[in-house]
Design a protein around this ligand. Structure first.
Ligand code: PHE
Length: 354
C-alpha cells in the first residue's frame, strides 16, 4: 500500500510536469498503457493471497481511474493552452488590403483606354457608334468619297490592295474610317449623328507612323448643321478629352476631296504642358455635295460635317507616349507602364482618365 501511494504521487508529479501533449502522452503510455507502471500492478494479483486479491484489485482499479481522469484534465488544459497560443500567433488582420492577384495585374492598352474615353464623350453629346469592315471596296474608300480613279489623293494614301477579283474590282485595306460615312448614309436617312472608330492601314512606318493605326470618324448630317456646330463640337470634345476648362484651337484651311471647305485642327499644346507649340489632332470639314449625292441624299436639302481623328495620336499626346511603334510591340513591360487598371473605366461622372 505504501508502494502504491509512492507510485501515485510520482505519477501525479509526472502528469503535472508534462509541458505539452506529446510529453503527456508519454506519461499515459508509461502508466496506464498496456505495459505501464499502473497496469503492471494487476499482474501481481496472482501472487497475492486469495483474501487480499479483491481489495488490491479494487485499489489498483481506483488508482487507474484517478490517473486516467487526471490525464484527461491535464490534456484538456494543454489543448486549451495550445489553441490560445495558435490564436495569438496566427491572428489574421482582416483590415489589411487584399493581396493583388494576376487578374488585377492586367492592363488596358492606352488605345483601348482612349477609345473608351472618346466614345464616352461623344455618346454624351448624342452620337451613336457605327462600324465598318477593315477590308473595303475601292468604291467606298475612294470613289464615293469624291476621290475619282485618277485623283492624286489615292497615291498619298499608300494603299494596301488585294488581288483584283474576277469582275476587276480591287478590295483594299481601308486607308481611313471615312468609308463608314458612306455606309452610314447609304443605310439610314438623316438626321445622322455617328462616330466610327476602327483600324486603318497605310504602307508607312517610322516613329510616328505604323502600317496599322486607329482613327475615329465623326459624321453629322441633317438640314441645318453648319460650321459653327462643327467648331463647337470639336471644342467641347477637346476640353473633355484633355480635361481642361479652356483649350486653344486653330482651324487651318486644308484640302480633302470629301469635304468643302476642309480644315485641319491644331490644339495649343499648353493644354498638355507644352506652351507655345501647336499639335495637329484631326482633319474635318463640311461634307462635300458630291459625297451626299453619291449616297442618294439631295445636297439642296441636307448638309453636315465630318471629321477624322487619329486615335493613337491622341493617346500619345494625352499620356506622353513618345514612340508609336511601341503601341504594337506587345511588350508587357511597356504595357504595365503605360496601361490602365482594368476597373478604371472612363466615365464623365467618375472622371475620364482617373
Ligand atoms: N479621312 C481623313 C484622313 O484620314 C480625315 C478626315 C475625315 C477629313 C473626315 C475630313 C473629314 O486624313
Amino acid at each position: 500500500m505504501t508502494d502504491l501511494a509512492t507510485l501515485e504521487s510520482a505519477v501525479l508529479a509526472q502528469i503535472s510536469a508534462a509541458a505539452d501533449l506529446p510529453a503527456l502522452d508519454a506519461v499515459r503510455v508509461a502508466t496506464i498503457g498496456k505495459k505501464g507502471s499502473v497496469s503492471e500492478l494487476m499482474s501481481k494479483l496472482g501472487s497475492l493471497p486469495a483474501d487480499e486479491r479483491k481489495a488490491f484489485g479494487q485499489t489498483v482499479n481506483a488508482l487507474k481511474t484517478r490517473v486516467s481522469s487526471l490525464l484527461d484534465a491535464r490534456k484538456a488544459e494543454l489543448e486549451t493552452a495550445a489553441l490560445s497560443q495558435r490564436l495569438a500567433t496566427e491572428r489574421a488582420d482582416i483590415t489589411l488590403p487584399v493581396r493583388v492577384g494576376p487578374e488585377a495585374a492586367g492592363r488596358i492598352h492606352p488605345v483601348s483606354q482612349v477609345l473608351d474615353e472618346v466614345i464616352e464623350i461623344f455618346a454624351s453629346l448624342g452620337f451613336a457608334v457605327a462600324e465598318g469592315p477593315d477590308i473595303e471596296s475601292d468604291d467606298n474608300n475612294f470613289t464615293k468619297l469624291n476621290v475619282p480613279a485618277d485623283h492624286p489623293a489615292r497615291q498619298e494614301h499608300d494603299t494596301f490592295y488585294f488581288q483584283p477579283k474576277a469582275d476587276g474590282a480591287r478590295p483594299l485595306l481601308r486607308t481611313h474610317t471615312s468609308p463608314v460615312q458612306i455606309r452610314t448614309m447609304l443605310a439610314q436617312k438623316p438626321p445622322i449623328r455617328i462616330i466610327a472608330p476602327g483600324r486603318v492601314y497605310r504602307c508607312d512606318s517610322d516613329q510616328t507612323h505604323t502600317p496599322m493605326f486607329h482613327q475615329i470618324e465623326g459624321l453629322v448630317i441633317d438640314e441645318s448643321t453648319h460650321m459653327g456646330h462643327l467648331k463647337w463640337t470639336l471644342e467641347a470634345f477637346a476640353k473633355a478629352f484633355f480635361e481642361v476648362d479652356e483649350v486653344k484651337m486653330r482651324f487651318r484651311a486644308s484640302h480633302f476631296p470629301f469635304t468643302e471647305p476642309s480644315m485641319e485642327v491644331d490644339i495649343g499644346a499648353e493644354a498638355i504642358g507644352k506652351p507655345g507649340q501647336w499639335l495637329e489632332i484631326l482633319g474635318c470639314g463640311m461634307v462635300h455635295p458630291n459625297v451626299l449625292r453619291n449616297c442618294g441624299l439631295e445636297p439642296e436639302r441636307y448638309q453636315g460635317f465630318a471629321f477624322g481623328v487619329g486615335l493613337d495620336r491622341l493617346a500619345m499626346l494625352k499620356y506622353g507616349i513618345p514612340d508609336l511603334r511601341q503601341f504594337f510591340a506587345a511588350d508587357v513591360r511597356w504595357l504595365s507602364h503605360y496601361g490602365f487598371p482594368v476597373l478604371d473605366v472612363p466615365t464623365l461622372g467618375g472622371g475620364i482618365s482617373s
